[in-house]
Design a protein around this ligand. Sequence first.
Ligand code: ADP
Ligand code: GN1
Ligand code: MG
Length: 363
Amino acid sequence: MTKTSEQMLDILDRFQLDDKPVAVEPFGNGHINDTLRTVNAQGETKYILQRINHHIFTDVELLQKNIDIVTSHIRKKLTAAGETDIDRKVLTFLPARDGKWYYFDGDSYWRVCLYISGSRTLEDINPVSSYEAGKAFGRFQSMLSDIPDGTLGEIIPNFHNMEFRLQQLNDAIKANTAGRFNEVRDLANEIGKRSEAMCIQEKLHREGRLKKRINHCDTKVNNILFDEDGKVLCVIDLDTVMPGFVLSDIGDFIRTACNTGAEDDANLDRIHVDTTIFEAYTTGYMEMAKNFLTPLEISLLPYGGRLLTYMQTVRFLTDYLNGDTYYKIHSPKHNLQRARAQFRFLQELEKQADGMDGFMKQW
Ligand code: ADP
Ligand code: GN1
Ligand code: MG
């Protein structure tokens, strides 16, 4: 349900805030939650207000508990490392007046965090910012690596489980709820050809050769805040931080940052791989992560890019077949356009696979 500005200001008033917002504005372009920023009487932004998509994050209590564990843990690590300006280096959520980390208005769930001042997201990443991003995600994983098993709940079960995602696609094909299968038969065939090669993580895990670690699980470029000088301030969008395979995080970064086109590019000829972004990211990432990764994980990192791109093709296509029930869409065939663009990027990554896999040999 759409809310008026007045209703949103009323929602903000349910939180323990020091500053008084007088207006809210839509902000960011995520596919799941609704993000707004506040404006005070001086025209300054102090807070981010988000409506949590509780159809996807069905256990909001667990969601916010996980985020509290993660942000408190990082804060402790940053303090111990003698970092300054910590409020700009980790997200700070603010409690509601009743002490909870969210407010339920009878219809939607809301949360508020501090707006990180002087921050921006980069749409066009270059090798320097990519190297910084690699260090940031390596450090992020490393800081979370000592959270004991079982502490964080698996907020969306099987989130990056490829076998499960293929099962969902097969179910969607069988049900053909929206009557769209004929239109996507070609793409479904291409997906089918690669299914075995794309499920090796689950197989390696069953054989005891690949363990689960705490990952961010949504390392899109726009989930990193940079300062004016292109240095990383903070990793944001912590909803999906949970145990998973380490390839997820480098994978989603390759998927979004190394693509010379857009995630949903209508012009497939714009889609190529910028390998300089991959090399810079991997160099930064390995500086932080090589002490905890196994040789098998290191060799598989570029495969992570192919895997996450394949997975995203499958997820967008599944949603298209189901009649667009998961991702926000901005045109009737948006999910199909996204799926086709992701598949083209996968084909481009496949062409570069030998070079990218070979780059890992130096470690
Ligand atoms: P979504 O789940 O919809 O992707 P995000 O938490 O990633 O939501 O927020 C969407 C956008 O809002 C981000 O890409 C970033 O530009 C901006 N943003 C989110 N949180 C903050 C913050 N604390 N400070 C500054 N900008 C933020
Ligand atoms: C969603 O919320 P956002 O836009 O950062 C999705 C990711 C997908 C991504 C594709 C909870 O991320 O898993 O990779 O869209 N988040 C969830 O762009 O499903
Ligand atoms: Mg985001």
